[in-house]
Design a protein around this ligand. Structure first.
Ligand code: PMT
Length: 220
């Protein structure tokens, strides 16, 4: 018998959306369900990896044998990742992290008033978690995702370079029936000097193909 593909590899993985609070009862978020990231967690565990899943709020149970760390906001996800990144060999960023958060979080519920027909929200930039991981002097092998609606390849290659990733898995989230919250997905994976197409499939099948592809390129 041969050793599993990722035997003994310590994987840190993010999944799901983040929630950026406006007040005690409201937030800004996105349609990520966590399905893609949780499928990767399961596939990587099956492949022998030691998996820590940093998860935004989703309705999924952690796959068997996977350690899960729950977070809500991008700032919390950033902290949870930075606290653990030194102890991982492989980092995969599948979370749909909010790029911006409200500049102020109201302590009390924001009230509707009779004289305000418009309301302006000021947003401030969140830290780019995977770019910080990519910039570490002894960085893990780093795999990002890119969710794009147009010019998928061009934007994905830009992120591969700018965020100093080893690989990037791009999905076209303008296609219905794949991407955010769907059960299926399709990916084009890019690395320095190569690419591979992983055609439309259920997210667990796709995750197993992605894990096999990562294992072929992984260098500790
Ligand atoms: O959760 P599902 O419903 O299954 O949907 C899966 C998915 C569509 C969310 C997933 O396949 C996906 O594409 N995840 C990345 C979504 C995203 O936010 O992409 P992006 O192009 O905005 O970000 C690029 C990369 O930077 C990602 O690896 C992201 O995790 C990372 N990032 C982005 C912003 C930020 N502040 N910190 C980050 O680390």
């Amino acid at each position: 018998t041969t050793a599993p593909l990722l035997a003994g590899v310590r994987l840190l993985l993010t999944a799901g959306p983040t929630r950026e609070a406006l007040d005690p009862v409201r937030f800004i978020s996105n349609h990520s369900s966590g399905k893609m990231g949780y499928a990767i967690a399961r596939a990587a565990r099956e492949a022998g990896a030691d998996v820590t899943l940093v998860s935004g709020p989703v309705a999924l149970a952690a796959p068997q044998g996977v350690a899960r760390v729950d977070v809500e906001s991008a700032l919390q996800m950033h902290q949870a990742v930075m606290n653990r990144v030194d102890e991982c060999d492989l980092f995969i960023g599948c979370a749909a992290v909010a790029d911006y958060r409200p500049a102020q979080v109201a302590c009390q519920k924001i009230k509707k008033t009779g004289d305000n027909d418009q309301m302006v929200l000021t947003l401030v930039k969140n830290p780019d978690i995977i770019a910080e991981v990519g910039a570490l002097p002894s960085k893990p092998f780093t795999v990002g995702f890119a969710a794009e609606t147009v010019d998928v390849e061009q934007y994905a290659l830009g992120k591969l370079q700018r965020k100093r990733l080893d690989m990037i898995a791009a999905n076209d989230v303008s296609q219905s029936g794949q991407g955010f919250n769907a059960d299926d997905n399709a990916l084009t994976v890019f690395w320095q000097g190569g690419q591979a197409t992983l055609p439309l499939a259920d997210k667990l099948t796709l995750a197993r193909h992605l894990v096999a592809l990562i294992a072929r390129h992984y260098r500790p």
